[in-house]
Design a protein around this ligand. Structure first.
Ligand SMILES: *[C@@H]1O[C@H](CO)[C@@H](O)[C@H](O)[C@H]1NC(C)=O
Ligand SMILES: *[C@@H]1O[C@H](CO)[C@@H](O)[C@H](O)[C@H]1NC(C)=O
Ligand SMILES: *[C@@H]1O[C@H](CO)[C@@H](O)[C@H](O)[C@H]1NC(C)=O
Ligand SMILES: *[C@@H]1O[C@H](CO)[C@@H](O)[C@H](O)[C@H]1NC(C)=O
Ligand SMILES: *[C@@H]1O[C@H](CO)[C@@H](O)[C@H](O)[C@H]1NC(C)=O
Ligand SMILES: *[C@@H]1O[C@H](CO)[C@@H](O)[C@H](O)[C@H]1NC(C)=O
Length: 433
């Protein structure tokens, strides 16, 4: 009957998302989109920014441990249990930002048992000591892979140099902690940070009342503690990571906008005016101001884009360049000059319209994937800033030339942070740019 109902209503317009905050602080957000499979996810504000010096690296292990034994069931039993009712544990916990951990699951059948399994997986892991020590080789492998990726190296370094606390923590377990994180560290971290007030239970293709009941029944474990830790403190600074690579990766940023701030969208539009992440290849994006500016400064191949990272209480905004080692100085300076030109009013109404259209498309493409939609719904629900997609589209339209110039000015006059990697002989220091 369930399947028949789904088929019958397939042609319906998706309903608007519903958001409820339970007395425990747990946020429930769901949307009935009449998709044949339900998707649910648990979002927890428990990323690496909440690590302390004693447990640095604990969230890296948590990410890897997401399929370990859970209280009441072994990993094997859990997988079997979920498969038996048509669910899938395929996607495990991911941590895309320094703030949140996100565990999305696909379910063909939505039942109390499945929900209990999933919630146990997320919130009540056993962390058996031998299972935790068995993770060490995977921690090392992750770190080795990250070290091979200059973009990861630069973005991690950038956070380390930009912040005094919280957001300066790495997504990867630091060297001195590899092999030293014990199961008690994991238990304590989950106990203290996975609190109802820092969690969102999100669902697509599920009835809001049913999801709410599940939240009340199974996720009412650690209510009360709504503390979200210290606010991120921006400091600015520089980190240089020389390597023998003939390409230089460099990021120069100032403090940008927090996701909850009014300026966030102005920065997002500015990013598209300049040329957005991921890199616009030379020639492939002639409208990008950064590409136009840098092409005048060098005849060699390069990549350049505007970079942003946004968190609930802070953000980073600036430029990211990849160039031949010998050109690094010219390329970085040319990119910065383009942002300055925008701050001085060098954006036309046509530039603005194009940038807004690109931003809107990017947003629509993101929410077209169910994981993207769950993630956005959950993040906004946690921030208390949930807006239906049409509203967001309207707010994007509202961004003016003045707003964009203001955002650019904020970058130009802000205290800078710079991170660079490669052969840095010709790369200027942050006080020289
Ligand atoms: C956990 O996931 C890893 C990688 O996805 C896999 O190799 C491992 O077998 C899984 N462990 C269990 C107990 O399912
Ligand atoms: C979930 O965890 C609780 C408490 O640890 C346990 O009693 C229960 O059996 C578990 N449920 C499942 C489905 O594994
Ligand atoms: C997160 O857990 C750690 C380890 O138990 C604890 O020291 C820290 O205070 C917790 N953070 C917050 C914001 O509750
Ligand atoms: C850079 O150094 C590593 C090890 O130090 C070496 O394996 C690699 O071949 C070097 N690459 C270049 C381009 O010299
Ligand atoms: C940059 O900003 C856009 C729009 O606000 C956002 O979707 C994207 O996730 C941000 N990028 C990063 C790395 O935070
Ligand atoms: C558009 O901007 C105006 C003036 O800044 C503001 O009053 C209005 O609420 C905004 N509308 C939306 C949809 O954000």
């Amino acid at each position: 009957a369930q399947a028949a109902r789904k088929v019958e209503v397939t042609g319906f317009q998706p309903q608007e998302a519903q958001v409820t905050k339970l007395p425990s602080g747990l946020v429930i957000a769901s949307q009935e989109n009449y998709s044949p499979a339900s998707k649910i996810g648990v979002l927890v504000r428990a990323g690496c920014r909440y690590e302390t010096p004693e447990n640095q690296g604990v969230t890296h292990l948590l990410r890897l441990a997401s399929n370990l034994t859970t209280k009441g069931a072994s990993a094997f039993k859990i997988c079997r249990g979920i498969e038996a009712v048509g669910g899938s544990l395929r996607s495990v916990t991911s941590q895309k930002t320094h703030s949140t951990i996100f565990s999305p699951f696909s379910l063909l059948v939505f039942s109390d048992t499945v929900m209990e399994y999933l919630i146990n997986v997320t919130t009540a892991p056993e962390f058996r000591p031998w299972e935790v020590s068995d993770l060490t080789p995977r921690v090392k492998l992750d770190k080795a892979q990250a070290a091979q990726n200059p973009q990861t190296v630069v973005i991690e370094g950038l956070h380390q140099a930009a912040y005094k606390n919280a957001l300066c923590n790495s997504l990867y377990c630091p060297d001195h902690m590899v092999g030293n994180i014990q199961s008690e560290h994991l238990h304590q971290f989950v106990q203290n940070n996975f609190t109802s007030a820092r969690m969102a239970l999100v669902g697509l293709g599920v009835d809001h009342a049913v999801l709410k009941q599940v939240g009340e029944q199974f996720l009412n474990i650690r209510s009360g503690t709504g503390t979200t830790g210290a606010a991120a403190q921006y400091r600015g600074g520089e980190i240089r990571m020389p390597s023998n690579s003939s390409l230089v990766h460099a990021a120069v940023v100032s403090q940008g906008a927090a996701t909850t701030s009014k300026e966030a969208l102005a920065f997002a539009v500015l990013q598209h005016v300049l040329g957005a992440f991921p890199y616009v290849k030379r020639g492939s994006c002639p409208s990008s101001k950064l590409v136009q500016g840098v092409a005048k400064a060098t005849a060699d191949p390069f990549d350049v884009c505007a970079f942003n990272a946004s968190y609930s209480d802070s953000g980073l905004f600036g430029v990211y360049t990849i160039s031949q080692a010998a050109d690094a100085g010219e390329v970085i300076k040319a990119a910065l000059a383009q942002v300055k030109a925008v701050a001085d009013g060098g954006v036309t109404a046509a530039d603005l319209t194009r940038a807004k259209a690109q931003l809107r498309t990017e947003f629509l493409m993101l929410i077209e994937t169910s994981e993207g939609l769950l993630d956005i719904m959950g993040t906004q629900a946690l921030d208390g800033t949930y807006q239906p997609p049409e509203e967001i589209s309207k707010t994007i339209d509202n961004v003016s030339l003045t707003d964009v110039a203001h955002a650019a000015k904020k970058f130009v006059s802000g205290k800078k942070t710079m991170a660079s990697s490669g052969n840095l002989v010709k790369t200027p220091f942050v006080d020289e740019i």
